[in-house]
Design a protein around this ligand. Structure first.
Ligand code: CDP
Length: 220
């Protein structure tokens, strides 16, 4: 039997990560943060001196990514990388290399390996369109650019990073542009996706909507 899976895609800072983690916890399922894999590749490239446009070099790096997920912690090459991959510089590099088809292909097997019983909640840009096209439920989570920039700002400040709201809004628009217009796996709602606009919803309300949509689709 196919392992049930909820795919949650959407633009940067739409709250996908937090929502996906809470949904996974509520269902007792595993959680895949696919963006973390792109961030880890970016970090490994920056550290290893691999150029961000060296497609073959990046794909080789991605296919043998020395990564370990342990509860809430992420290790790269035996070193804790949980916080450092959240840095905006790493995020921007991740968004650049994510446009490279060979790198995306190299990460497919790793991502699909996370699908194990009793279920998986996967968040990213192409979970419902490319990686898990047979997902039980596909969600496309959106919010206005301004509200996303404000959320990202608060998140960074809380974590002790310095941040500037105007810079964040500009970077976020650039990232939206890049994620939506790339040739491979562009950001768009999967066919049949439930679109949830969280601009005026808090996290609990958004999680409740996803769980309601899941109950609705398993009842059908
Ligand atoms: O925090 P934010 O939503 O900006 O980023 P993320 O989800 O951690 O992903 C980092 C970058 O990886 C994004 O800017 C995307 O360009 C890319 N990504 C992707 O192309 N496909 C995915 N499934 C997940 C992330």
């Amino acid at each position: 039997m196919l392992v049930p899976l909820i795919a949650i895609d959407g633009p940067t800072a739409s709250g996908k990560g937090t929502v996906a983690q809470r949904v996974a916890r509520a269902l007792g399922w595993a959680y895949l943060d696919s963006g973390a894999l792109y961030r880890l590749c970016a970090l490994a490239a920056l550290r290893g001196g691999v150029a961000l446009d060296d497609e073959a070099g990046l794909a080789a790096l991605a296919s043998a990514l020395p990564v370990r997920f342990d509860d809430d912690r992420i290790e790269l090459d035996g070193q804790d990388a949980t916080e450092v991959i959240r840095d905006e510089a790493v995020g921007n590099a991740a968004s650049r290399i994510a446009a490279l088809p060979a790198l995306r292909a190299a990460l497919l097997g790793l991502q699909r390996g996370f699908r194990r019983p009793p279920g998986l909640v996967a968040d990213g840009r192409d979970m419902g369109t490319v990686v898990f096209p047979d997902a039980t439920l596909k969600v496309f989570l959106v919010a206005t650019a301004e509200s996303r920039a404000e959320r990202r700002y608060k998140q960074l400040i809380e974590k002790g990073f310095s941040a500037n709201l105007a810079d964040l809004l500009r970077d976020l628009r650039q990232r939206d542009e890049r994620d939506s217009n790339r040739a491979v796996a562009p950001l768009r709602p999967a066919e049949g996706a439930v679109v949830i606009d969280s601009t005026h919803l808090d996290i609990d309300q958004t999680v409740a909507q996803v769980l309601r949509a899941y109950r609705h689709c398993v009842r059908r």
